[in-house]
Design a protein around this ligand. Structure first.
Ligand code: AMP
Length: 221
């Protein structure tokens, strides 16, 4: 049975950054629902058109659309050995749909790490976030600026600011997180899958805590 990791935490808690680090070590893919939506948006697909207005407002795309998109992605052969989910599930309906899908395949969630970060820190991080257009590397103008302004250290691609990383939308995304997504903390706690991680440490320290928690969960499972 594969390793299924559900990364929980508010926007800006570092789920994407940490997921990318874990891919190398665990050899399983990183599936980010936000990245999938942004891909559809940039390709101008029907799904992208449906998702656009929700994303711009910092609201959740309806569950049926989201569940189909993510289940379709994790049904591909590269996810047979497991997957690192980032940004999905974000509602109880999505969490239940995921459980059902995994059960059908004889799989189950290994661990649901919750990366905890304060509201002030979320506001600070997201409004200073920049992302590489080409390779998706994430920078922060305050804590982790690129060597050359606007240029990715890794691949030389152009850096951009996500449209939903403005203060007003970030506040609304955080509101949406509390309202719709925070019930998942109880959902996974009840299943003994929740592990709280201090997300205000350095990227390396958070990574180490995650690694240890995942190792322990795999040994238990
Ligand atoms: P993210 O990159 O995870 O912050 O996601 C960006 C935006 O995509 C969110 O603000 C939502 O509008 C949408 N989105 C991403 N994942 C989901 C999800 N699991 N359910 C509903 N909407 C989502």
């Amino acid at each position: 049975m594969g390793t299924v990791i559900v990364l929980l935490g508010p926007p800006g808690s570092g789920k994407g950054t940490q997921a990318k680090r874990l891919v190398e070590e665990l050899g399983i893919p990183h599936v980010s629902s936000g990245d999938l939506f942004r891909h559809h948006l940039s390709e101008g697909t029907e799904l992208g058109k449906r998702a656009k207005s929700y994303m711009e407002k910092g609201e959740l795309v309806p569950d049926d659309v989201t569940v189909d998109m993510v289940i379709d992605r994790i049904s591909r052969p590269d996810c047979e050995e497991g997957v690192i989910l980032d940004g999905f599930p974000r509602t109880l309906t999505q969490a239940e749909a995921l459980d059902e899908e995994l059960e059908e395949r004889g799989q189950s969630i290994t661990i649901a790490p919750l990366i905890q970060v304060s509201d002030d820190e979320v506001m600070r991080r997201l409004t200073a976030r920049r992302v590489c257009e080409d390779c998706g590397a994430v920078y922060n103008l305050i804590f982790n600026p690129p060597e050359e302004e606007g240029v990715c250290d890794v691949c030389g691609g152009d850096l951009y600011q996500r449209e939903d990383d403005n203060p007003e939308t970030v506040r609304h995304r955080l509101y949406t997180y509390y309202k719709e997504t925070s019930p998942l903390i109880g959902y996974y706690f009840a299943r003994d899958l929740l592990v709280r991680i201090d997300g205000e440490q350095t990227v390396e320290e958070v990574h180490q805590d995650l690694q240890e928690a995942i190792k322990a969960a795999k040994e238990q499972g």
